[in-house]
Design a protein around this ligand. Structure first.
Ligand SMILES: Nc1ncnc2c1ncn2[C@@H]1O[C@H](COP(=O)(O)OP(=O)(O)OP(=O)(O)O)[C@@H](O)[C@H]1O
Ligand SMILES: [Mg+2]
Length: 299
């Protein structure tokens, strides 16, 4: 995968003198799933606002396809067709009376004909599972439904890069799983996705690439499957190891599981444990007591 959008030594000083970013460099590969992982105040939101040109660097440069962003009006309009941003708080993003009006806003602004707008809006609402709610007033929706409408509004623009600021915050477990499923589907269709989070378990489970942020700087970028080798950088960024990595290590240390492959989520860990059970059954086919070594030692 080639680099799609990159930051080189980007600094950002807010009007009150506060540093939002400080010499931040990172590269996002085309078609990849990315997690910006960092503590509160580490610069995640500031970074996302730079990737779609809502903020302009005080220092350094942001490039898309190798070309520095063009901050003139037409340049920004072109950029925002390619790069869509979903804000953390839906109330910062939704402003029309009904769902369908809100999702139509972007495509109408692009000057598309009515039939194309209708088709895009229908497809975007279907993608987020909100096609039955098109006529509802936005202010009657639940938080999770509003979030979906925000995502639909961005999808209707058919961006190449989707940025989401803490998309799972405030969603229940089922909604989080749905959302990650949707982002997985979009990414499988070729969309590049960048989300911010302070949830290391989520980043490890979902992302191809993790970018660790601390004090306005990207202190490490790595493939999620290599996360366990970056314990020191995680600690600097105030992040624990994912729970599944800790449990897997404890099981490896007790000789109950092999070191590789390391599971990325608890479902994979459970599958590895179930495989021990199955192996145990195959090795002792005539015994009624075919409990795994793990269970026997726990008994
Ligand atoms: N509008 C602003 N004016 C002044 N300082 C700001 C502004 N927005 C953010 N900052 C500062 O910039 C730094 C980075 O903030 P940012 O919101 O990007 O962090 P974050 O990683 O998104 O945090 P969180 O997890 O709390 O959302 C912080 O020190 C913050 O106080
Ligand atoms: Mg933020």
């Amino acid at each position: 995968m080639s680099d799609f959008i990159e930051m080189a030594a980007v600094g950002h000083i807010y009007a009150d003198g506060q540093a939002g970013l400080n010499g931040c460099s990172l590269a996002i590969r085309r078609g990849s799933r990315n997690a910006l992982l960092g503590a509160n105040g580490s610069g995640k939101t500031t970074l996302l606002l730079h990737l779609n040109g809502l903020l302009r660097p005080s220092d350094g440069v942001v490039r898309i396809d190798g070309t520095p962003l063009d901050y003139r009006r037409a340049g920004l309009a072109a950029l925002r067709r390619r790069v869509g941003l979903v804000f953390q708080n839906p109330d910062d993003q939704l402003f029309s009376a009904s769902v369908v009006e809100d999702v139509s806003f972007g495509p109408v602004n692009l000057g598309l004909d009515a039939a194309t707008v209708r088709a895009r809006v229908a497809a975007a609402l279907a993608a987020v599972g909100m096609d039955g709610e098109a006529e509802r007033p936005v202010h009657h929706l639940s938080f999770g439904q509003k979030k979906r409408v925000c995502i639909a509004g961005v999808l209707a623009m058919q961006p190449e890069l989707l940025l989401l600021d803490e998309p799972t915050a405030g969603l229940d477990a089922a909604m989080q799983a749905d959302l990650l499923g949707l982002l997985g589907t979009l990414s499988a269709r070729g969309l590049t996705v960048v989300l911010s989070t302070h949830d290391v378990d989520l980043a490890y489970r979902w992302a191809d690439d993790i970018h660790l942020l601390a004090a306005g700087r990207c202190i490490a970028s790595f493939a999620a499957e290599r996360l366990a080798q970056h314990g020191a950088a995680l600690a600097t960024a105030g992040q624990p190891l994912p729970a599944v990595v800790e449990v897997h290590r404890a099981l490896v240390a007790r000789g109950l599981l092999a070191e590789a492959p390391a599971p990325r989520c608890h479902e994979q860990l459970l599958a590895a444990l179930a495989a021990i059970d199955n192996k145990d059954c195959e090795e002792t086919p005539m015994r009624n007591d075919s409990r795994s070594p793990a269970r026997r030692s726990a008994a």
